[in-house]
Design a protein around this ligand. Sequence first.
Ligand code: NAG
Ligand code: NAG
Length: 399
Amino acid sequence: MGKKTTVLLVLGVFTAYRVYTPLPDTAEEPWKLTCLSVMLKTAIDLATVAELVGIGHCMSIIMFFLRLQDVSPTSEENITVMDTTFNSVPVRIYIPNRKSEALKRGLFYIHGGGWSIGSNANFHYDSLSRQTAKRLDAVVVSTNYRLVPKYHFPTQFEGVYKSLKWFLRRDVLKRYGVDPKRIGVSGDSAGGNLAAAVSQQLIDDPDIKIRLKIQSLIYPVLQTLDLETPSYRENVHFPPLPKSLLLRFLSEYFTMDRAFEKAMFFNQHVPVESAHLFKFVNWSSLLPENFKKGHFYNSPTYGTSELAKKYPGFLDVRAAPLLADDNKLCGLPVTCVITCEHDLVRDDGIMYVTRLQNAGVRVTHKHIEDGFHGLLFFYGFKSKYRLENEYLSWLSENL
Ligand SMILES: *[C@@H]1O[C@H](CO)[C@@H](O)[C@H](O)[C@H]1NC(C)=O
Ligand SMILES: *[C@@H]1O[C@H](CO)[C@@H](O)[C@H](O)[C@H]1NC(C)=O
């Protein structure tokens, strides 16, 4: 076999492997998904190669290219948009221009991106915030926070919390004309994780007199204990968030130590001393029958306590809001959780819905049957518009 043939063969096999994505029959618009998957895999492969040859951390390289999608804070006819800082955390604020005597509703938004990428200035987030401000006639504060690989837990949490606390000051609310009785927190993916975490943290914070009216969590990541729930089992390769990528995001939120990621891969990162926490994420008791999808519950497997001693963050309720007990959960505001069918963290969201119901919190669950993780930002998928509409109409009715 000549050299050229070998090269062609290798390239052919490689391409076929990259194009092939085992998608379930129920996936809506499978061709679009396949294209999306190829593009994302290629981007991650390129970033990984760049990392291997020492150009930089994979996520920093992806972030570099994502930055090209950033837009400046441009005001328009009906909304004033500006960048500023809240307690030294950068935020972008969207203020409706419509004059009225009444105070406006306020929404604090936290972007996603695996605690490693993303920005409030990203075109997609900027456009969602504009749309929210217009449709709800609300003041939207879209916050940034410091990212992996430079920063790890709890920096991301603390940054968001600092910025939210600043927003909740009476003088700040007054300056932006926001009604202190109608404030909510929203976020998607890792931003949904942070939104759930800060909402819990506010409950017992003696500095904060103002209560949130609502929280809205879009395909949130809510636990790091059981990485073998039915949704984890079913969506190992589903774009745009295959398990390999989610484990990288999850592990690097706490540390760059690859031994931790490896332990997570085998679902053996939790030490036996933390066995009592599994009841909070027990999908066998927390998922409604129709979401168990015929899977059998395996009892937890344990690892050494060494990793948990070194990186205790992953057992911290500020990183895994599902680990809060009922006494805490019952203090939460009215909640909406949006989950997608083809998503590793689908069951995180559904378990949280059950736990909040059990704790007596008013909670709405919206499930997007054909949806997948990150859907909010994939134009051209019908389910994206459904999700967006469900999200905004719930906010409009409940905030
Ligand atoms: C601004 O608001 C007015 C009144 O509601 C509306 O007629 C107009 O189309 C809006 N402009 C834009 C650019 O959306
Ligand atoms: C999970 O729940 C099932 C029943 O719903 C129970 O049999 C099992 O012991 C529980 N496991 C843990 C670790 O809580």
